[in-house]
Design a protein around this ligand. Structure first.
Ligand SMILES: NC(=O)c1ccc[n+]([C@@H]2O[C@H](COP(=O)([O-])OP(=O)(O)OC[C@H]3O[C@@H](n4cnc5c(N)ncnc54)[C@H](OP(=O)(O)O)[C@@H]3O)[C@@H](O)[C@H]2O)c1
Length: 331
């Protein structure tokens, strides 16, 4: 039985990962939970046992067989390079661009784990959600161009951003705040505030472009993204317009998507797929799937996914399941 470590166990993604582990069949001997220790935290009940939450230390991390890093890229950069023993599953962006670090969505490129990498990165949430919907079509018709507009919920920015949205909304509803400014999050839409890299794409958009090319192993794939924050609590939506090398029909697109694990299609008569349908849903949901009437290689679709699950905690857990299922780590 393995020893597991979770750095960032008290964050939004950490909470989801703990729920998944609690209900899973994965046996573990010991689990170490870490956070910043800025506030006193109660122990967490997991599989009938109470587990304390402590400060991170290299010594304790070295006792683990697998460590999940869910505490942002600075913490990942501080600790991961010094670790010798554990296999690391990193949810931050710290190592995603490193050549030697595979960027894994198990349904798409889990086979890359066969090389037993020591550090494994889980992609950005919008990339995972988008590629779950596009990969089954790409396999058959080959993507030529992607144009994506994202609608990203507050919890994508962690507990702090989620708290700001709730607080601003409450204040406005109670009329304690006279007006909403252009910088308010509540009742507002704005481009994702990740820093602008090259005066064109912001960092969130750059991540989506780089990570999509890396996962699909196509460094010249044409992608344009517009990442927008929306005042919803949870679940990211993505409006997609994509071009393929080969023509396809709607029926063919439905067939490929239906056959892919982790995807659910909302077709007639239930076409109004809202983000609420995806809350706490492990599947990626697709609707409004239609072929351009004048160009049969062009497809539009609307995709929603719980970014705390397939965009983060669930994908990371599935990486662990793949490693165990393929005896790449012994448990
Ligand atoms: N949110 C998403 O939808 C999403 C999607 C994909 C990937 N991710 C990635 O997943 C990670 C976690 O995101 P999140 O949304 O869960 O963030 P969050 O809600 O802000 O939680 C951050 C966690 O990191 C811990 N932490 C902060 N500083 C620390 C330190 N110095 N030492 C140890 N632990 C520390 C926090 O502990 P305290 O409770 O003590 O502050 C908390 O447990 C990030 O790397 C993020 O980029 C998030």
């Amino acid at each position: 039985m393995a020893t597991i470590g979770i750095v960032g166990a008290t964050g939004l993604v950490g909470e989801e990962l703990l729920k998944i582990i609690n209900y899973s069949q994965i046996p573990f001997e010991k689990i170490f939970l870490f956070n910043s220790q800025k506030k006193l935290c109660d122990p967490i009940l997991l599989k009938g046992k109470w587990h304390p939450i402590t400060a991170v230390s290299l010594e304790t991390l070295e006792l683990c067989d697998v460590v999940f890093f869910l505490a942002g890229s600075e913490i990942s950069k501080d600790y991961i390079p010094h670790l010798q023993r554990p296999t690391v599953i990193d949810l931050s962006s710290a190592f995603r661009t490193h050549k030697a670090v595979p960027l894994i969505i198990p349904e798409i490129n889990g086979h890359l784990l066969e090389t037993r990498p020591r550090v494994i990165a889980s992609p950005n949430c919008t990339t995972s959600i988008m590629l779950m919907a596009l990969y089954p079509l790409h396999k058959r018709y080959k993507l030529k161009r992607i144009c994506a507009s994202t609608y990203q919920a507050a919890s994508g920015g962690g507990r702090k951003l989620l708290g700001s949205l709730l607080e601003e909304t409450k204040r406005y509803a109670l009329k304690r705040s006279a007006s909403l400014s252009s910088l308010s999050y509540a009742f507002n839409l704005y481009p994702h505030p990740a820093s602008i890299e090259n005066c064109q794409d912001n960092l969130e958009e750059t991540k989506m472009i780089f990570e999509t090319r890396k996962i699909l192993e196509d460094p010249t794939l044409s992608i344009s993204c517009q990442c927008i924050r929306v005042p919803t609590l949870r679940v990211h939506g993505i409006s997609l317009h994509v071009d393929f090398e080969d023509p396809l029909t709607e029926e063919e697109a439905f067939k490929e998507l239906r056959a892919f694990p982790g995807i659910e299609i909302y077709a007639q008569p239930k076409m109004q797929l809202s983000s609420h349908e995806a809350i706490e849903n492990q599947k990626i949901l697709c609707s409004r799937i239609r072929i351009d009437p004048v160009d049969p290689t062009r497809l539009s679709l609307w995709v929603v996914g719980d970014q705390l699950l397939k965009g983060a905690a669930l994908n990371a857990f599935q990486i662990l399941e793949y490693l165990i299922g393929s005896s790449l780590i012994l448990i």
